[in-house]
Design a protein around this ligand. Structure first.
Ligand code: GAP
Length: 518
């Protein structure tokens, strides 16, 4: 397994209209990205696949650990919630990252992302620690300086240094020692004001996660639908975090989309549901082509656990080996047992009773019915990043093969590929364009709910295949000199480059089967 080039992936993403820098004509905006025509459709297809497999037909109909079908209902809550929501959730007080500034270069860093080089053994003897950001140009520069100063060096997190040590650090991009400030807590929530007066009393926040909207509507969902615990509530939508150092393409953005589901269950069943969702989510990402050694499930160490997850059934991440984390992995989705922390905090802060009455629990009464039990359900939360999912799909799909018409191709899984198929006339005459346009119309009618069907009559056939390979189009149908006689067309498989002939009137059925839409 080799490390792919992130520069090439970003260049193809721009060239073919998957991802653009936001506000690019004004110089761009750090931490914000737009999706071009292919990217917008790819993102929609990934979101739709999540919606289908989490809401419409959870886990493809696989029963839960209780042997029953898994029940999940959708929700769509606002980006701006009552400010008290974020006090109750702990975000106002605790959603902070440690930030440091360089007085010399005016650069800003997230303290827990910065590493330092120091001597492997022996004394520093008045020499500085050499700070660097992994993968940044300063890394090699600082290593050189550190090796010159100490010979053999070791690297460790900047945050392990004491307050006094800060005066002896050479900042990642600085010339003079001691230019870094000490870490300060920086709240990641974007602030805004509601209404015209814009005083401190009007402060509101853009949501940093979609999850809290679900918790605050839990009671309404229970009271207005026929759901019974255990069940889940799912929603997708934009979240905003004023990240100190947005980086690695769309991986850490300031505006991004989440796909979150809060699964409510009785405390005694939480461990089983946690295990169930952990496996189900890993399998889901695999089913979209992220199979193999680039995907892993990592259980958190006890010291990594968030306050709400202490003593719980566990927290784990589905992680993908991105080129910029290589050979390590980066988080794609978290699965957490959040206990009943959120419901209990919202109950306290809102002074509303959010308890659930479970008629199927409690002791057996003489009449054969159960007495029932009131409780605040525990929650298992699979929380995925849609933009990170798209990025993982782009990285996994990117393939180099010098022997192909296109030396760079995108092996995107057919289910989420933005262009499902292309239709070409081999040459732009002899009735071929008319037949191919007819086929294009037929396929479009049948499949354009799921993605584009392209029709291309220009350039050589090799160039047209190359264009489609870069767009990640799984299948290309070509009307050629034989079509009129045999009523067949060729179909070319993107991944193997092989071709076969199939009946013209069977193309729709053939494609539907390959796209899993038969
Ligand atoms: N409700 C729980 C929650 O929000 P999280 O781990 O902070 O948990 C869930 O976020 C997912 O959202 C992450 O696994 C990641 O995929 C995505 N995500 C978080 N911060 C992000 C950012 N700055 N840019 C892009 N995606 C992000």
């Amino acid at each position: 397994m080799t490390k792919k080039s992130m520069d090439k992936i970003m260049a193809l993403s721009k060239r073919r209209g998957f991802v653009y820098q936001a506000s690019e004509i004004y110089g761009g905006l750090n931490g914000f990205w737009d999706y071009g025509p292919l990217g917008a459709q790819l993102k929609k297809n990934l979101r739709d696949a999540w919606w289908q497999d989490m809401v419409m037909n959870p886990c493809g109909g696989k029963p839960g650990p209780n042997g029953e079908p898994v029940r999940i209902v959708p929700l769509d809550t606002t980006i701006i919630q009552h400010p008290k929501v974020w006090e109750a959730s702990g975000h106002v007080a605790g959603f902070n990252d440690p930030q440091i500034d360089c007085r010399e270069t005016k650069a800003r860093y997230r303290a827990d992302h910065v590493l330092v080089y120091g001597p492997k053994s022996g004394e520093r003897a008045g020499k500085p620690w050499f700070a660097y950001m992994p993968d940044a140009p300063s890394e090699a520069k600082q290593l050189k300086k550190a090796e010159k100063a100490f010979g053999e060096v070791v690297s460790f997190p900047l945050t392990q240094l004491t307050k006094e040590d800060y005066a002896s650090v050479l900042g990642p991009d600085a010339e003079k020692v001691g230019s870094l400030t000490e870490p300060r807590a920086f709240n990641l929530m974007f602030k805004t004001y509601i209404g015209a007066t814009a005083t401190e009393d009007d402060v509101a926040y853009l949501r940093p996660e979609t999850a809290q909207g679900i918790f605050v509507q839990f009671k309404n969902v229970v009271d207005t639908t026929r759901v019974k615990v255990p069940f889940g509530i799912a929603q997708t939508g934009k979240s905003f975090r004023n990240e100190v150092t947005p980086r690695n393409f769309t991986f850490r953005s300031r505006e991004f989309e989440q796909m979150e589901m809060e699964f409510f269950c009785h405390e005694s069943d939480a461990r089983d549901w946690y295990k169930f969702w952990r496996e189900a989510r890993m399998e889901w990402w695999k089913s979209l082509g992220l199979e193999g050694e680039n995907l892993q499930l990592r259980e958190h160490d006890p010291e990594e656990l968030a306050h709400y997850a202490k003593n719980g059934a566990g927290v784990c991440d589905v992680e993908y080996r991105f080129p910029f984390t290589y050979p390590n992995f980066g988080e794609l989705e978290g699965v957490a047992h959040r206990s009943n922390f959120d419901l209990s905090e919202h109950q306290k802060h809102s002074r509303q009773n959010l308890e659930y009455f479970d008629a199927d629990r409690g002791e057996l009464l003489p009449n054969g019915a159960k007495k029932g039990e009131k409780y605040l359900p525990h929650v298992i939360e699979p929380a995925a990043g849609l933009d990170r999912g798209v990025l993982a799909v782009l990285c996994e799909a990117f393939t180099e093969d010098a022997s192909r018409p296109s030396p760079e191709l995108m092996k995107i899984h057919p289910r989420i590929a933005p262009v499902k198929a292309a239709v070409f006339p081999l040459v732009n005459k002899e009735g071929m364009p008319e037949t191919s346009e007819k086929l294009h119309q037929e396929l479009s009618k049948r499949f354009n709910r799921f993605g584009f069907i392209e029709h291309d009559v220009k350039q050589s056939i090799g160039k047209r295949y190359a264009r489609m390979d870069e767009a990640g189009t799984p299948f290309c149908f070509t009307v050629d000199g034989e079509t009129a006689g045999s009523q067949t067309v060729t179909v070319r498989n993107r991944d193997t480059g092989t071709q076969e002939r199939i009946a013209l009137d069977q193309v729709g059925t053939w494609l539907g089967e390959r796209l899993g839409l038969a």
